[in-house]
Design a protein around this ligand. Structure first.
Ligand SMILES: [Zn+2]
Ligand SMILES: [Zn+2]
Length: 352
């Protein structure tokens, strides 16, 4: 155990660094494996890695990090996902899946889902690779800085990113502590060398608005309208992942876009738990429904791809402009068909 007021080496968090990434760097900078470091410094009683510490960091851990690294407590708190409270979700839930946050599903410290994403280009920047808080946002499927797709697994072996396990049972302490955080714990591949793939959007307008939302989230500068957009997008991604609604909506979109779309994994229940490729597609569908408001959504509804009650289901705090349009959709099948025919006739006569 280090007895000084500060740890002998006490790096501060990098810009937007995740708590877990920072903690592993501190241990390694002090020449210790992270498991031994945590045992010495926090005691055997205090288990850390059996939970998602970036989401549910205990206060004692934050206080200790603040004291031992001389970092202001407010800065320490910014390394946790609680920084998105009030932006992406209302209150930190102690269990279950948090809105817009990718789950890790930790069982006995073995990670089962690919919740930690990374941009290989960002990993190459700065003094050393580290992981960012924004990479746990389920909406962050591409890097707006480099315009490349994020990754959610090692391209060589397919295992998720678990940098606190880089050192487990592999070699002596010196070698383990020397490895960069971007090393795959399973096969040793350097994740920074993953092939960057350009993010391809169905629509340029979407990419611009999506990028603006991401930076607004990161800087906590969302306008009221952007927050409302985010709420509606979440309602749409929920519907697109709901077994009851999804099939019709996807069929409708496929006929609109004339392309085959990857369906969500229904075994996972939550949008947030889907892999990155699926999430990227689902969010693009959601953006489409929101585009040319309210025409695209209305088209889907007229086609019978989505119903009035689904659009309102479990949607707390929906914006007025959404409720106003969806409210008009509360009519029976017969009247909807009449409207559809009327609209089709208008379109045909306009074309003449
Ligand atoms: Zn990047
Ligand atoms: Zn690997």
């Amino acid at each position: 155990m280090f007895t000084g007021k500060l740890w002998p080496v006490h790096p501060h968090p990098y810009q937007d660094e995740l708590l877990s990434s920072w903690l592993v760097r501190i241990a390694h900078a002090n020449g210790e494996k992270v498991q031994s470091f945590c045992h010495h410094e926090f005691g055997q009683k205090h288990q850390i890695w059996n939970r998602d510490i970036d989401r549910l960091a205990p206060d004692w851990l934050l206080t200790k990090l603040c004291e031992k690294t001389a970092t202001p407590i407010e800065r320490v708190r910014q390394t946790t996902l609680k920084r998105y409270e009030g932006i992406l979700f209302d209150h930190t839930a102690l269990s279950g899946v948090e809105k817009w946050i990718t789950p890790l599903r930790i069982y006995h410290r073995t990670r089962k889902s690919h919740g930690l994403q990374f941009c290989p280009e960002c990993l190459k920047e700065g003094n050393e690779p580290y992981f960012r808080t924004q990479w746990r946002i389920a909406f962050h499927t591409f890097c707006p800085k480099h315009n490349v797709m994020m990754h959610d697994r090692c391209p060589c072996c397919g295992e998720p990113v678990v940098f606190q396990r880089i050192e487990l049972g592999k070699g002596n302490e010196e070698t383990a502590c020397d490895k960069p955080l971007s090393t795959c714990f399973n096969c040793g591949f350097d994740l920074a060398d993953s092939k960057p793939e350009k993010a391809i959007f169905w629509n340029n307008d979407t990419s611009a608005r999506w990028g603006q939302l991401l930076s607004g989230i990161q800087e906590n500068k969302l306008t009221r309208y952007q927050s409302e957009q985010l709420a509606v997008l979440h309602q749409f991604v929920k519907l697109l992942c709901s077994k009851v609604v999804s099939e019709k909506l996807f069929d409708f979109m496929e006929s609109k876009f004339r392309m085959v779309l990857e369906r969500p994994n229904f075994g996972l229940r939550h949008f947030e738990a889907n892999d990155i490729i699926r999430r990227f597609g689902i969010i693009q569908c959601a953006w489409w429904l929101l585009s040319e408001w309210p025409n695209n959504l209305k088209g889907a509804w007229l086609d019978g791809a989505v119903r009035y009650n689904h659009l309102l289901k479990d949607f707390d705090g929906m914006p007025d402009w959404y409720l106003r349009e969806v409210g008009n959709m509360n009519i029976n099948y017969k009247r909807r068909e009449m409207l559809k025919t009327l609209l089709m006739n208008t379109n045909t006569s306009e074309k003449k």
